[in-house]
Structures are given as C-alpha cells and as structure tokens.
Design a protein around this ligand. Structure first.
Ligand SMILES: Cc1cc2nc3c(=O)[nH]c(=O)nc-3n(C[C@H](O)[C@H](O)[C@H](O)COP(=O)(O)O)c2cc1C
Length: 145
C-alpha cells in the first residue's frame, strides 16, 4: 500500500501533525510543493488555517492532481479553532473527482507553531498524538475492513 503525505505549514504545527501521521505508516511526509510521482492508495493532504482557508499552494496542489492517481484522499489540518480550512481541502479534492475519506482530522491549536511546539521539544502534545493515532486506526479499519 503506497501512502503519501503532503502538507503546508507556516509555523510548524501542521508539519508536526504530518510527521506524526508519517511515523504511523513508516513513510516520509513531504511539503506541498513536491508533486505526486506515483499512484497513492492513500494521500493525506494538510494545511494550517489562515484567515479561514488552507494555503493557496494547498488548493493548487489539489486542483493539479489527476484523480485516477489517488484511491483515497484524507484531509487534515491544524487551526486556532476552525474546521473550515480542512473542509475546503476535502471539497476541493471532491470537485476534482477525487474519492475523499468521510472523516476529517482537525487539530485545534491555541498558538502558532513555534509557541505551541517549543514547550514540547518541537512535537505535538501526547493528547494530540493520541488523537492522530486513533484517527489512523479507524482509517485503517475502514479502508482495509
Ligand atoms: C496569518 C494567520 C491566520 C490565521 N487564521 C486563522 C483562522 O482564520 N482561523 C483559525 O482557526 N486559525 C487561524 N490561525 C491559526 C492557525 O491556523 C494555527 O496556528 C495553525 O496551527 C497554523 O498551522 P502551521 O503552524 O502549520 O502554520 C491563523 C494563523 C495565522 C498565522
């Protein structure tokens, strides 16, 4: 199973989330400017939420995907509080004909990356890491059955 992870992160929170997901699949998370090279059975796409939206780079990445190269896209992201940006990732992918996982992974951070992560050695809190772990376990059950 080929799992690909792409993220956009200004402050580091979304990168930390992407890297936590990557560890669970023993793959490497890559920034959003690295195009998809091969077919992905699962493609995670994540961004921070900036003024209620994902980054424009994230939207462009989604619009440029050939839908036949992705079996399932999983939208994730970090935000101060809003779910909106992650919903927009899912909706943009759907508009491009991509099959999107029904659940969204949204992590609510109270501070921007540097401040949020510095107290935790650049990592997400245990609580957030557990949330990601549970989400991935459920995804594996749903996908593999
Ligand atoms: C310029 C800017 C705008 C933001 N706008 C929002 C917003 O509209 N809604 C929200 O919930 N969070 C907002 N946030 C909070 C970020 O989404 C949050 O800190 C996120 O974890 C940032 O991800 P990153 O560290 O990967 O860049 C904003 C942060 C920045 C820096």
């Amino acid at each position: 199973m080929n799992v690909e992870i792409r993220y956009y992160s200004k402050g580091g929170n979304t990168r930390a989330a992407a890297e936590t997901i990557a560890k669970l699949f023993a793959v490497t998370a890559q920034p959003i400017d690295i195009a998809l090279q091969t077919h992905a059975d699962i493609l995670f796409v994540g961004s921070g939420c900036y003024e209620g939206k994902p980054s424009t780079e994230t939207i462009e990445f989604l619009q440029n995907i050939n839908a036949s190269n992705v079996s399932l896209l999983v939208a994730f992201g970090t935000a101060g509080g809003m779910k909106k940006a992650v919903k927009q990732i899912a909706n943009t992918a759907k508009s491009n004909g991509i099959n999107v996982y029904k659940k969204l992974l949204v992590l609510r951070m109270f501070k921007s990356g540097a401040k949020q992560l510095e107290k935790n050695n650049g990592q997400l809190s245990d609580r957030k890491q557990n949330k990601i772990k549970k989400f991935v376990e459920k995804l594996k059950q749903d996908k593999i059955g």
